[in-house]
Design a protein around this ligand. Structure first.
Ligand code: PEP
Ligand code: MG
Length: 541
């Protein structure tokens, strides 16, 4: 039995087998090869095995995420046939008499450095691909198998770290819990875990090489602990806790169909935050009144090319249709900072959170923005969609957005494509937007307060930096005063204001939000019924 503590992202209990994602970074040892011919043959076998794995991944991705997403696995298969790359490996084995693992790792690093040093952005991006295929070969040579296991049974996923793009590619239905060595509780990976309704711990000081796939573990998101190889008593206690938790959830389900109304009769909308169309199921199961934040950038992550207008139209249309007449608020592309999409080839920045991200990219690269706007406007004819723009700091940005939207309308008119201009709102997630909210309220239909970024920018704390988790205080009076200001300003101008940051789900603040007059709270689907319960207990005002 080994027990570790970490920071809990979602409170829940999970019990099951461990799957290690990625391999611990062992230095690959240089060894003298007994027979260069057999080392060469081992590489050839590993290449075949890798190609089979990639073909299977391609097949799976085609079904689950579509052609564009799946293409990366085809590219990797082609790279494994590259003669220059393979010859360099065989040459090293022959001339230096080294083991296959070492020759592959060194050649992979060399090729990756060459690509990284190229001027062309596309070629630069290939550096990571060479590294990826070399790592796969090394894993296969050393018998460690596939890095991204397709989970064949419900499992607890343990990893050094997970990026948002890795997270979106996982087979969610078989993940019982996440445990990662790195990561902050405010990161998008943590947000995804909350959305998926599964216990998750980050910042757990694990040594991955002490663990192995298949060993059993208990993740307790209430206490923030994970136990590997638990004793029988510990497993029994966890099962009991899990049963109690399930019973609790059953009680919450009784609230389905009920109103979000305080004892004094004040109503509030409770909506769901989602990252993809596949999350809509969770939102509906939990009786969401609508979708308050569709993080559309997840359509762009993990892909080598931008999603086309038609692909986006499909996604937004499906969302609109699944929610029938309920409101679905699509947040336009919020790429950048921790959400890096290969297709954007974004430069490395000193301060990514304060850098080229979200609406800034859209205004600088309107050709990309317009594709998304066209898709949203066209999808509006299928249901009750709204648009929301992220990271606004100035009035001129909103004016520029509206100018581009107008151009899009003219293009759609010209092409005689059916569309509708929906309600347009903005996210209030920068202190600048709070300070000018009166001017902004005159221009837009609604506000949605993004407390995750608002906390980061107001308190000058990088939300990704795990060392600063203790300083990241969304309860800070500055944040609460800002929320009050924004709500009052919206109401003065006849508009509504909601909260779609994680703070909206903080049950200790629900009463205060209701008192402030917040009109809508948009939260992870798993929090909707808990929040409804809390609202219905509020004595009143
Ligand atoms: C926020 O900043 O509060 C927000 C909802 O947006 P994101 O977390 O996606 O940055
Ligand atoms: Mg934000």
């Amino acid at each position: 039995m080994i027990k570790f503590w970490g920071k809990s992202v979602y409170k829940g209990i999970a019990l099951g087998p461990v799957v290690l994602l990625g391999s611990p970074k062992h230095p690959i040892k240089r060894k003298k090869a007994l027979s260069p011919a057999s080392e060469t043959q081992r590489v050839k076998n590993a290449v075949e095995q890798s190609k089979e794995q990639l073909a299977a991944l391609h097949e799976k991705a085609l079904k689950e995420v579509g052609k564009a997403h799946a293409a990366i696995f085809e590219i990797h298969q082609m790279m494994l046939e590259d003669e220059d790359y393979l010859d360099a490996i065989y040459h090293m084995i022959r001339t230096e008499g080294v083991n296959a693992e070492y020759a592959v790792a060194v050649t992979g690093d060399n090729f990756s450095d060459i690509f990284a040093g190229m001027d062309d952005d596309y070629m630069k991006a290939r550096a990571a691909d060479v590294k990826d295929i070399s790592d796969r070969l090394v894993r296969n040579l050393s018998g460690q198998g596939d890095a991204a296991p397709s989970l064949s049974q419900p499992s607890i996923l343990v990893a050094e770290d997970l990026s948002p793009s890795e997270t979106v590619q996982l087979d969610k239905k078989n993940i019982l819990a996440f445990v990662t060595v790195h990561g902050s509780t405010n990161s998008h990976t943590a947000i995804l875990a909350r959305m998926m309704n599964i216990p998750a711990l980050v910042g757990v000081p694990l040594k991955l090489d002490q663990l192995f796939c298949g060993m059993s573990a208990i993740v307790d998101g209430f206490s923030g602990s994970v136990i590997f190889d638990p004793t029988d008593e510990q497993a029994k206690a966890a099962k009991e806790k899990l049963q109690a938790e399930l019973a609790n959830q059953q009680l919450l389900l009784k609230l389905k169909g009920k109103e979000n109304v305080t004892l004094g009769g004040r109503k509030i909308n409770i909506y769901a935050n989602i990252g993809s169309v596949s999350d809509i199921g969770y939102a509906l199961e939990n009786d969401a009144g609508g979708i308050g934040l569709f993080r559309s950038e997840f359509l762009y992550l993990g892909k080598t090319s931008f999603p086309t207008e038609e692909e986006q139209l499909q996604a937004y249309r499906q969302a609109a249709q699944m929610l029938a007449d309920k409101n679905v608020i699509i947040r336009t592309l919020d790429i950048g900072a921790d959400k890096q999409a290969d297709s954007f080839h974004l430069d490395k920045e000193e301060n990514p959170a304060m850098g080229y991200r979200a609406i800034r990219i859209c205004l600088k690269q309107p050709e990309i923005f317009k594709i998304q706007l066209r898709a949203i406007l066209r999808a509006c004819v299928y249901g009750n969609l709204s648009i929301m723009y992220p990271m606004i700091t100035s009035v001129w940005e909103v004016k520029e957005i509206f100018r581009i939207v107008k151009e899009v309308q003219e293009e759609l008119d010209k092409a005689q494509l059916p569309y509708r201009l929906p309600q347009q709102g903005i996210m209030i997630e920068t202190p600048a937007a709070v300070m000018i909210c009166d001017e902004l309220a005159k221009m837009v239909d609604f506000f949605s307060i993004g407390t995750n970024d608002l906390t980061q920018y107001t308190l000058a704390i990088d939300r990704q930096n795990e060392k600063l988790d203790d300083f990241y205080q969304p309860h800070h009076p500055a944040i609460l005063k800002m929320i009050q200001m924004v709500v009052e300003s919206a109401h003065r101008h006849g508009k509504w204001a909601g909260i779609c940051g994680e703070l909206g789900a903080d049950l200790s603040l629900t009463e205060e939000f209701v008192r402030m007059g917040v009109d809508e709270l948009s939260v992870a689907p798993s929090m909707i019924l808990k929040l409804r319960k809390r609202v219905r207990e509020i004595q009143d005002i």
